[in-house]
Write a protein that binds this ligand. Structure first.
Ligand SMILES: Nc1ncnc2c1ncn2[C@@H]1O[C@H](COP(=O)(O)OP(=O)(O)OP(=O)(O)O)[C@@H](O)[C@H]1O
Ligand SMILES: [Mg+2]
Length: 369
């Protein structure tokens, strides 16, 4: 973003803030969080806003351009306003047409996916505890473990139990701590060679998503396999996601990994709800103090640079690992632990993005600061 302007002109940041009011037609989300605003240039001659091709639907695209022009022109001193729209490649049009066919499980209001550029960053820990934090906010929540190679959701929630079917042969999800969940682990024999698992993935994923008797859910959380390759794309192409959450750690703040996650969600026209920095600092069990073991804060910085929301930092605490290993997740078993409170703050932020009217208020949860 460039500013080469006289004093009374708005800054690119002010313009960006104003553009957050432009809703994508038919969605409650705005064009900034959809990643459509590519650049803003402010010069003495006026303002130019660069948008990526907003939609295959010409009417929606025109409506967006018109509203951007009107809103920027209404800012004091903006001068002449130009909106440049990048040409859309035919491949993108085809992808968008395909995405229009995506759907959600019946009765599910929101679907979000938790992803990471790399394995082992705490994605499943975040997915499980975030699901529990949504539940603490009063939401009915489902959790689907889509990781066929290292499924851990079932273990984190209390182990493998047999899955039963309805008379119509629909899968009845397991339930623990008020969360309905289903995991690849429940269908795959531990002894099954990894080489056989691949072909099962595609089949199981569609069963999971659309053949599970989820009932009415406010939110279904998908724990994606680590990485941003074909397996992740297959799932995100099939389900109409409302948004993606990217988990990272201070060590791998490598922009590249997060950027890969962002690109994956962009490929499937899914907004990124934000970035979570896990194992951000160490919270000492004995003294209760915070120790900065890695230089934390990179997640927030990077999110800012990439124009993404930063959802929060989670501490490195042994209780989170132990809770996961024993099937007693921290947010459920120790809801006022500082890490649990951090999860609830993050859940509030995600909810505020999914339901802009709801706000981030988590006050009803007796949060101890
Ligand atoms: N904030 C944390 N504090 C302490 N331990 C944590 C934290 N987050 C995750 N862990 C531990 O780190 C390990 C990896 O976490 P997890 O399995 O959630 O990662 P993942 O990204 O899902 O991994 P995979 O790529 O294998 O799916 C687990 O033992 C987990 O208990
Ligand atoms: Mg995992």
């Amino acid at each position: 973003m460039k500013s080469d302007r006289s004093d009374n002109m708005p800054t690119p940041q002010e313009i960006l803030a104003e553009l957050k009011n432009v809703k994508y037609p038919g969605f409650s989300r705005d064009i900034v969080s959809f990643g459509l605003v590519k650049d803003i240039q402010v010069g003495d001659a006026g303002v130019t806003v660069y948008l990526s091709a907003p939609s295959a639907n010409a009417e929606a695209a025109e409506a967006i351009v018109r509203e951007v022009e009107q809103r920027v022109a209404a800012l004091t001193g903006a001068g002449r306003v130009r909106v440049e729209v990048e040409a859309q490649d035919p491949g993108q049009q085809a992808r968008q047409a395909m995405h229009a066919q995506r759907r959600k499980p019946a009765g599910t209001r929101h679907v979000i996916a938790v992803a990471s550029g790399k394995g082992g960053v705490g994605k499943s820990t975040v997915a499980v505890n975030l699901a529990l934090a949504f539940s603490a906010l009063g939401w009915r929540v489902g959790l689907m473990d889509a990781d066929v190679y290292g499924p851990s959701v079932a273990i984190m929630l209390g182990g493998k139990q047999p899955v039963t079917l309805t008379p119509e042969r629909r899968i009845i999800p397991l339930e623990r701590y008020g969360i309905r969940y289903i995991s690849m682990a429940l269908f795959i024999d531990d002894d099954m060679p990894v080489i056989w698992r691949g072909p099962m993935v595609t089949k199981l994923e569609s069963e999971f998503l659309f053949n599970v008797e989820w009932g009415d859910l406010d939110c279904l959380v998908l724990d994606l396999p680590p990485g941003t390759g074909d397996a992740q794309l297959t799932i995100t192409q099939r389900v109409a996601l409302d948004g993606g959450v990217i988990v990272t750690t201070p060590q791998e703040i490598a922009l590249l990994d997060v950027r890969r996650g962002v690109t994956m969600f962009q490929e499937v026209s899914t907004p990124v709800l934000g970035v979570i920095e896990n194992m951000s600092y160490h919270l000492c069990r004995k003294c209760g103090r915070r120790h900065e073991i890695f230089s934390h804060g990179g997640g927030a910085r990077m999110a800012r640079e990439m124009n993404l929301a930063f959802l929060g930092e989670l501490p490195l605490v042994p209780e989170l690992r132990e809770g996961g290993d024993r099937g007693c997740p921290l947010v459920a078993t120790n809801p006022n632990h500082p890490a649990s409170l951090a999860f609830k703050q993050i859940a509030g932020k995600v909810r505020a993005q999914l339901e802009p009217g709801a706000g981030e208020d988590v006050a009803g949860l007796s949060l101890q600061k």
